[in-house]
Design a binder for this molecule. Structure first.
Ligand code: 13P
Ligand code: SF4
Length: 357
């Protein structure tokens, strides 16, 4: 089955080389582009031979992003694709929790993540016993887990969400009459989503703040972990961009602090950023997110003027290279394996996430 938005991945070395040169001539020297094209060529041949599908998150390095994925996108879109594909092997060029989500959604497939070191500071900041303790503290309160969690945390959750549908999932629960919603683990995403919906927020572990909430109004109870990349952006960074490049539209990922989000022009998932750059004409765009995305967008939309930065990289996403992706296919590594009980338990909240889009 071909799912909508599949990309054409050429198996001709000449075509791959010229496509990469066209997209990346402003980002990389030609000799490096040509070396990457050779690897991409091998990947695309093997991928076809092995009936594999490659999913590439928007943060992948530019040479990978523009050559081998059959689908690129944010976590929500790639999860939906992984649920539907009938390829034998899913190679998830993203971080480990994304591979786990694909495995839960399509358990009979071989799911590979090209590095076993591609973690995530959010996923590592909470475990299943933390969630069980919160459920004991707030009995009957539904738990929404960000997709950036491991599968054992999802098992303990009622709903999952991504930054692409967090407010819709919360709105759904508010509509059902829930006055309290536990939202884990990203403190900033929880605060930003609550602010966007104009509902109250309190840290779940702060008894005084939780007790001070109006019992008749909905409120979000959050955890205390942040994305190690997005928490580094500051409101001064926004001011500096505006001073140096007047007229720039600043798009910030909602994992940034509420102070940054307040100063930015647009807040949204990586898909919101791609769609905005594609559709809205602006003098310049600055993306407050993992910096490969700026390079990827410069290649995808050459007529758009992207402000590029290169110091805020996600060390986890950056584990995945074209070289690792080739090795993943050649050696069928690194396999995502989950217990049947975990797959069963994590499926319900993930399915609910996909239903609310
Ligand atoms: P998106 O769902 O917006 O692609 O974000 C994933 C992520 O890890 C952001 O840091
Ligand atoms: Fe996790 Fe942050 Fe990296 Fe996204 S950018 S994968 S949230 S550490």
């Amino acid at each position: 089955m071909t799912i909508a938005n599949a990309l054409e991945c050429s198996t001709s070395l000449d075509e791959i080389r010229s496509q990469l040169r066209e997209k990346l001539h402003e980002v990389m020297p030609e000799f490096e582009i040509d070396a990457k094209a050779e690897i991409a060529h091998q990947i695309n041949l093997l991928k076809k031979e092995m009936n594999a599908v490659i999913l590439g998150h928007n943060y992948m390095e530019p040479a990978l992003y523009h050559s081998v994925p059959d689908y690129v996108g944010d976590s929500l879109h790639l999860s939906a694709v992984s649920a539907k594909t009938d390829a034998d092997i899913i190679i998830f060029c993203g971080v480990w929790f994304m591979g786990e989500t694909a495995k839960v959604l399509n358990p009979n497939k071989t799911v590979l993540v090209p590095s076993d070191k591609a973690g995530c500071s959010l996923a590592e900041g909470i475990n299943a016993s933390d969630v069980r303790a919160l459920k004991a503290k707030y009995p009957g309160v539904p738990v929404v887990s960000y997709i950036n969690t491991y599968a054992d945390v999802k098992v303990e959750s009622d709903y999952c969400c991504t930054s692409g549908n967090a407010s819709k999932v919360l709105a759904h629960l508010v509509e059902q009459g829930h006055q309290r919603i536990i939202f884990l683990p990203d403190e900033y995403l929880a605060r930003n989503t609550a602010a966007e919906m104009d509902i109250a927020y309190a840290p779940a572990l702060d008894d005084e703040a939780a007790a001070a909430l109006d019992p008749n109004k909905p409120a979000v109870l959050g955890w205390n972990i942040r994305c190690e990349v997005h928490e580094l952006f500051t409101p001064q960074d926004v001011d500096n961009i505006r001073r140096q490049f007047p007229g720039t539209v600043i798009l910030a990922h909602p994992e940034c602090s509420p102070e940054v989000i307040e100063k930015a022009d647009i807040s949204g998932s990586t898909k919101v950023m791609v769609d905005y750059i594609e559709k809205v004409d602006a003098p310049r765009y600055a993306l407050l997110t993992e910096c490969s995305m700026g390079d990827n967008m410069a290649g995808q939309f050459p007529h758009r003027d992207m402000i590029r930065s290169c110091n805020l990289r996600c060390q986890h996403m950056n584990q995945i290279s074209l070289e690792d992706t080739l090795a993943a296919l050649q050696q069928t590594r690194y396999k995502v394996e989950l217990d049947a009980a975990v797959i069963e338990g994590a499926k319900k909240p993930i399915d609910r996430m996909l239903e609310i889009r």
